[in-house]
Design a protein around this ligand. Structure first.
Ligand SMILES: [Zn+2]
Length: 208
C-alpha cells in the first residue's frame, strides 16, 4: 500500500492577486499543508503549470481575442486564458505559504506552446504524456488523493486521467482542498469525476 497526495497547480497565478485567480484559491493552502503533515502519505507530488511566454492558450497570442473567449489552438477549440504561470515568474511559483519542503516530486506541464495541458498526466490532445503516470507506477502507488486548482479544469482532467492511466489505483478528489473557476462547472466536474469512478471526499475523512 503506497498512498500518494497529488497537489494540482497551487500557484500564485491561480490565487487572489494572480493573473488567473480562482476565488478563495488561497484558502486551500492550510488544508493542503495539514494533509502533507498528517503522516497519511508516503509520497507527495505537486503539479505546476509552466508556460512559455508565447503559449497558445493565452488570448494575447490571438489577435482579436479576449480572455475567456473561445478560440482555436492547433485546430481545436481552446479557452483563451489571460497570460498566466509563465516559466520563472512569481505568478508560476507555488503559493508562498505552501509547505513545499514536504513535496517529493514536482511535475511541470504546459511547456509546449501548441497545446494546453490541463491534466498533470498528459496534454489536452492526449498525444504527449508528462511522465507522471510512469513515475507513480514506479513508486507502486495504490491510492492517489488529489486536490488543488482549479476543480473544473486541471483537477478534474487530472482525476479522470488518473483513473484511466493508473488501473487498480483508488483515486479520491478532496473537495475542501480544491476550488473552481465557475460554480456550475464545479458541480458538473464533480458529477463527471464520480461517474468515472473517482471517490469524492473531504479532508476530515482523511485526516486522523
Ligand atoms: Zn495554463
Amino acid at each position: 500500500m503506497t498512498k500518494a497526495l497529488l497537489l494540482i497547480d497551487i500557484q500564485n497565478g491561480f490565487c487572489p492577486g494572480g493573473n488567473l485567480p480562482v476565488a478563495e484559491g488561497d484558502a486551500i493552502v492550510p488544508v493542503a499543508n495539514a494533509l502533507m503533515a498528517s503522516g497519511r502519505y508516503d509520497l507527495v507530488v505537486a503539479s505546476q503549470d509552466w508556460h512559455p511566454a508565447n503559449h497558445g492558450s493565452f488570448a494575447s497570442q490571438h489577435p482579436g481575442k479576449a480572455p475567456f473567449d473561445i478560440g482555436e489552438l492547433s485546430g481545436k477549440p481552446q479557452m483563451m486564458w489571460p497570460d498566466h504561470c509563465v516559466q520563472g515568474t512569481s505568478d508560476a511559483a507555488f503559493h508562498g505559504d505552501l509547505d513545499t519542503a514536504k513535496i517529493d516530486f514536482v511535475q511541470q506541464k504546459g511547456q509546449n506552446p501548441a497545446v494546453d495541458s490541463y491534466s498533470a498526466f498528459r496534454d489536452n490532445d492526449q498525444a504527449a504524456l508528462t511522465g507522471l503516470s510512469d513515475y507513480l507506477k514506479s513508486k507502486g502507488v495504490t491510492e492517489l488523493d488529489l486536490c488543488g486548482l482549479a476543480t473544473d479544469y486541471c483537477v478534474k482532467f487530472s482525476a479522470v486521467d488518473a483513473v484511466e492511466m493508473l488501473p487498480g489505483v483508488t483515486v479520491r478528489f478532496i473537495e475542501d482542498a480544491s476550488r473552481g473557476i465557475d460554480p456550475a462547472g464545479v458541480t458538473a466536474a464533480i458529477e463527471e469525476m464520480k461517474a468515472r469512478g473517482v471517490e469524492i471526499v473531504t479532508s476530515k475523512t482523511l485526516l486522523p
